[in-house]
Design a binder for this molecule. Structure first.
Ligand code: TYD
Length: 219
């Protein structure tokens, strides 16, 4: 019998948190840490940089709106229907999964993704039914580890105000409070071990140290 030496499948790691919680910064440190340990890593994000992700970014910036058929002749452009937006996030995710995430995992690379299904459950459930959001994300592969960076909404908003010139639709304090509450509720029901919750308000180097410890549990 011939034995084929196959490379071990990579681990799928996700970073989550409200806007301004520091996922993008910590994602870089997570990749650096794994690479330093000699691991192969691929970093990515959702919404993606693919066609559906680009469309979503336009929607979030309010640059892409719905143009209804003018029944009365004076129909104005309308925001996209929230359920349609939820479907777009789910479609972007499946495209991402099949064309980018899975091929990298199968090639033995660890994939670290900035936001994933939990983002849809937290954000889209504010405007559409949570059960619907869960159902349309049913085909999405479960991550091996999710790292949630917990930061209070007012602290996160302050960070956004000092670092950014443009704002997405979700980046307003009352909405961020609702997103944070939605995340907290969702996290209560998560299985121990698959989600690590970190205090994202600690000094950045401390957050990184704790995140490294969480990553090390995977190996
Ligand atoms: P974000 O990671 O903040 O991207 P950027 O730093 O480039 O602005 O993501 C953009 C927004 O998308 C953020 O407010 C959360 C939202 N989002 C959802 O509402 N649902 C989702 O499923 C995902 C992945 C993101």
């Amino acid at each position: 019998m011939t034995s084929k030496k196959s490379r071990r499948r990579g681990r799928f790691i996700v970073l989550e948190g409200i806007d301004g919680s520091g996922t993008t910064t910590q994602l870089k440190y997570a990749a650096e840490w794994l690479e330093r340990k000699g691991e192969l890593v691929h970093t990515t994000r959702e919404p993606t940089d693919g066609p559906l992700g680009l469309m979503l970014r336009q929607i979030l910036r309010g640059r892409l709106v719905s143009t209804p058929g003018a029944v009365s002749g004076d129909a104005k452009p309308q925001p996209m229907d929230p359920a349609a937006v939820a479907l777009l996030f789910a479609a972007d995710r499946l495209d991402h999964l099949h064309n980018e995430v899975l091929p990298h995992l199968e090639a033995g690379r660890h994939v670290i993704c900035d936001r994933y299904v939990l983002s849809s459950l937290a954000y889209q459930s504010l405007e559409t039914d949570l059960r619907f959001v869960r159902n349309i994300n049913e085909k999405a592969l479960a991550p091996d580890l999710t790292i949630f960076l917990r930061v209070r909404p007012d602290v996160a908003m302050q960070r956004i105000e000092t670092t950014r010139t443009t704002r997405d639709t979700f980046e307003q304090l009352p909405l961020q409070r609702k997103v944070a509450a939605a995340y907290d509720k969702l996290l209560e029901g998560y299985r121990e071990g698959t989600v690590t919750i970190l205090d994202g308000e600690e000094e950045m180097s401390m957050v990184t140290t704790r995140m490294r410890a969480a990553l090390d549990t995977l190996f």
